[in-house]
Ligand binder design. Structure first.
Ligand code: PMV
Length: 360
């Protein structure tokens, strides 16, 4: 897959707008991306549910610079407060995308952003954040180069988001997005996410995700470090192969609605992700005692009630509880009465699968 198709043609129009705004969702992977090469080229394919209420809303303001040199000019405002700490990250992102969007050097930017989920909730905002910025930048490009097709617009936006945050390339469309080449998924690519192209059973429509906030602090090991520890990892190759196999197995499951098999794959993927961390060198643990307590409670509840709920984990201690919409009342009651006590300050978020980013 070549990136050259995303090099810009000559821009024919001047920009008349001064800002664009997008609300981009977070996403939760079913088959996990863990391990990369270069700038966010995944070592294995992944698939995620796009979320609905967990979103980053960003307005990108821009103004032509009079004279510019090599550097970029960006100010980041988070929840109304200037955050110089985030600006280095945007500078790095701009230098990565410069060859695909050379105009980023010609403008000064203000990135005004808010997250719908609470601060330091342990929910990563980089995926939704870079998705929103990438979409705003693509709106600029579309205005300067009218006639871009919608497919090109979305693919390039995902490609650009990926250069900021790998999993961010899965945060544009919904409800299911694949990223990473897979022999059985037509159109899948290592350099951008694509909407899952095959049939999905009613059971998975409007799937629910309750996010249990077990640990809202800063992670001790960033996902960048974690991904890098997959280089020379003793189990890396078999893990990458397993992800290919699990995604292949998921295709008929998504079609026939087999919830037991779905649960088996999703929970195994979550535990394997953390097993990779436990067996890295240096090794590390991101789960907390309450992560395990919640998992045990979920298993017991499933055994007792037969309700097909399951868990998955990100690179952190929080637990995502996934379940079909028709069990919403029972499972939400169970979470409030039995699982919330394991959450920091009893905090959890009820979200569901969504349809993607929204232009504001
Ligand atoms: O996009 P990153 O570098 O934050 O990595 C995300 C990795 C996981 O959340 C653990 C898995 C995934 O596929 O989202």
């Amino acid at each position: 897959m070549t990136s050259t198709k995303f090099l810009p043609a000559d821009y024919t129009q001047n920009l008349s707008s001064t800002s664009f705004s997008y609300a981009s969702p977070s996403n939760i992977a079913l088959i996990k991306y863990w391990g990369k090469q270069g700038i966010q080229i995944p070592k294995n394919p992944s698939i995620s549910f796009t979320l609905d209420t967990c979103r980053t809303t960003t307005t990108l303001h821009f103004e032509k610079r009079d004279n510019y040199k090599e550097d970029f000019e960006v100010k980041v405002i988070l929840d109304g407060k200037h955050k110089p700490g985030f600006e280095a990250k945007i500078h790095q992102f701009f230098s990565r995308i410069l060859q695909y969007m050379p105009f980023v050097k010609e403008y000064k930017f203000i990135v005004e952003t808010t997250n719908s989920f609470p601060h330091s909730s342990g929910i990563a905002s980089s995926a939704s954040g870079f998705s929103a910025i990438a979409l705003c930048l693509m709106e600029m490009e579309r205005e300067m180069q009218p006639g871009l097709t919608d497919t090109y617009f979305t693919q390039k936006a995902s490609f650009i988001a990926r250069l900021g945050s790998g999993s961010g390339c899965r945060s544009l469309e919904g409800p299911l997005v694949v990223w990473g080449e897979h022999s059985e998924i037509e159109g899948s690519s290592d350099i951008y996410g694509v909407s899952y192209p095959y049939e999905v059973h009613e059971n998975f429509k409007d799937f629910q995700d309750a996010i249990l906030l077990v640990d809202q602090g800063e992670k001790q090991v960033s996902s960048t470090v974690g991904h890098n520890l997959m280089h020379n990892h003793p189990y890396a190759e078999s893990r990458f192969n397993q992800a290919h196999e699990n995604l292949a197995k998921l295709i008929p499951i998504l079609k026939n609605g087999d919830l037991d098999s779905f649960i088996h794959i999703v929970e195994s993927e979550a535990l394997t992700l953390h097993a990779m961390m436990l067996t890295s060198s240096p090794y590390f643990i991101l789960m907390k005692p309450n992560t395990l307590k919640i998992i045990e409670e979920i298993w017991e509840y499933r055994r007792e009630t037969g309700i097909p709920l399951c868990f998955t984990l990100d690179a952190g201690a929080n637990v995502h509880v996934l379940f079909p919409k028709n069990y919403k009342n029972e499972v939400q009651d169970f979470i409030k009465s039995s699982l919330s006590e394991y959450c920091q300050n009893n905090r959890y978020i009820f979200d569901s699968v969504g349809t993607g980013a929204i232009k504001l």
